[in-house]
Design a protein around this ligand. Structure first.
Ligand code: ZN
Length: 487
């Protein structure tokens, strides 16, 4: 019998799935316990070898360089492939990606942006790191997530179509990666999908399904239709963690590249800002950060901040509710009863509680929680949140609008690990209005050589809010993601 060095388990209910079962993507208990936060996560039982730096290949391709940390690699070995077979397969797929899209996977730049730092009022001693993902496959980080899924699939799974609900970068990335793999992609798009994206998807050979909102239905209709396709046998080729937990590991390589660069240059970073829509980018970064701090800690644990728009900020709402319960527990009070699927504040009040004026107060609370992270008070509340998703995360009630339209997801699908990472690191959720998002976009274009979309530069709006609140001291370094090229 092969010793089980890896396994996959559900964060919410604890159900274990065999690590080499390549047909299970979401927790089998999702439907029977809908109030629990079911997300499958891979776990490595023996980790020392996976983190052995001597095993890091001198390859620019993150799927080769970090392969020992990827379940997809261990599945290949378990399927009687050799290390060389795996590397050859990645390089063969990469060659097709380059032919389809003009680029394959390679480490993306982490630049120190001095002019931008100056423009946002940082001192010359502070470093502003920007991870530029705009020239990655299909122009954003989404392809990393999806390529990670692809490497986890068996030959048998590749006979099924792939399904995704998206009309932006995720769909484009899915179309490019599916084409490279020779698999049919079914894309579920809204009625108002951008013409330029629709044309590109068609050119890449994807089948498009236009989804209208149905009377009385809660949640995104494209997402609901894609779930139906999965029930009918399609592979969930998506960046949404609860539907496919394997989407996270490809995204983790992005954060590993950042951490390795800091290590190489003896740099440290005090604040990371991540823009959040469905939450895969933030969740991957959060999990890579946690794994890195366990195995080979960074000099400084950065505060992990998130940024959403005033259009929709379900993650900030969930964070607030968790904090409210922790606050009560830390004070020894009775836990307040939270109503499921219903906020007790208006959208305007809740948004105002996340702007620049509220930042310093929030950081004080965040520091208290970070210090008490291991306490029963905090741990009992986060377990409670994981078991009672319906009281913390539910689809946003109104149809949102923003120039950062790529982060307007109704729901932050992988919210739990992001909230935990914010609490654990002393980070906070920020909510930006349109003026800040526009300003961030303008500054990115004016002071850097990178050309992100308004979604891609949204993390910078978080930094602007923190700077307004004078919440970053003049020796602290900051890191942002610019991902999603301007089209
Ligand atoms: Zn579960």
């Amino acid at each position: 019998m092969i010793p089980q060095h890896h396994y996959v388990s559900c964060v919410g209910c604890g159900t274990r799935v065999h690590a080499y079962d390549s047909t299970t993507f979401s927790c089998p208990n999702r439907d029977c316990m809908p109030e629990v936060n079911h997300v499958l996560q891979k776990k490595h039982v023996i980790t020392n070898q996976l983190w052995d730096r001597r095993k890091l290949e001198d390859s620019a391709n993150p799927f080769v360089r970090y392969r020992h940390r990827l379940l997809g690699y261990h599945r290949a070995l378990n399927g009687n492939q050799t290390d060389i077979d795996y590397i050859e397969r990645v390089s063969q797929l990469d060659g097709i990606l380059a032919a389809v899209d003009g680029t394959g996977f390679a480490e993306t730049p982490l630049t120190v942006e001095t002019e931008l730092a100056d423009a946002v009022g940082m001192s010359p001693e502070q470093k502003l790191f920007v991870k530029d993902e705009t020239h990655n496959v299909a122009g954003s980080h989404k392809a990393r997530h999806l390529f990670g899924i692809l490497l986890n699939l068996s030959r048998e799974s590749l006979k099924h179509p792939f399904a995704i609900a998206s009309c932006g970068n995720a769909a484009l990335a899915a179309a490019v990666v599916s084409k490279a793999a020779g698999v049919q992609l079914e894309v579920y798009i809204p009625t108002d999908a951008e013409e330029v994206v629709v044309e590109k998807l068609k050119a890449l050979g994807a089948h498009l399904h236009i989804c209208e909102r149905r009377e009385g239905e809660m949640g995104d209709p494209c997402y609901l239709r894609s779930l139906e396709a999965v029930k009918n046998g399609a592979i969930p080729f998506t960046c949404q963690g609860p539907d496919n937990g394997l989407t996270i590991e490809g995204g983790e390589t992005l954060a590993y590249e950042i951490f390795d660069k800091w290590r190489e240059n003896n740099d440290s970073c005090h604040h990371m800002f991540v823009q959040v829509g469905g939450g895969a980018l933030a969740s991957s970064s959060a999990q890579a950060l946690a794994e890195t701090m366990r195995r080979e800690p960074l000099q400084v644990l950065p505060r992990f901040h998130t940024l959403q728009t005033r259009g929709a900020f379900p993650l900030a709402r969930a964070y607030d509710r968790v904090v409210r319960l922790i606050d009560a527990r830390l004070k020894g009070e009775e836990l307040p009863e939270l109503e499921a699927y219903k906020d007790d504040m208006s959208v305007e009040e809740r948004a105002a509680a996340h702007d620049a004026g509220a930042v310093n107060q929030r950081l004080i609370m965040a520091d208290c929680i970070r210090a008490a992270w291991d306490s029963t008070a905090v741990q009992s509340v986060i377990r409670y949140a994981c078991a009672n998703k319906h009281k913390f995360m539910w689809p946003w009630e109104s149809a949102p609008h923003s120039i950062a339209h790529g982060i307007l997801d109704d729901e932050t699908y992988d919210w739990y690990s992001i909230v935990c990472t914010m609490l654990r690191t002393g980070g906070i959720p920020l909510v930006a209005d349109e003026a800040h998002l526009q300003q961030a976009h303008d500054l990115a274009h004016q002071y850097t050589a990178i050309s992100p979309s308004a979604t891609g530069s949204a993390g910078l709006a978080g930094l602007l809010l923190m700077q307004e609140a004078k919440a970053i001291t003049d020796y602290e370094n900051v890191c942002l993601y610019f991902t999603g090229i301007e089209r």
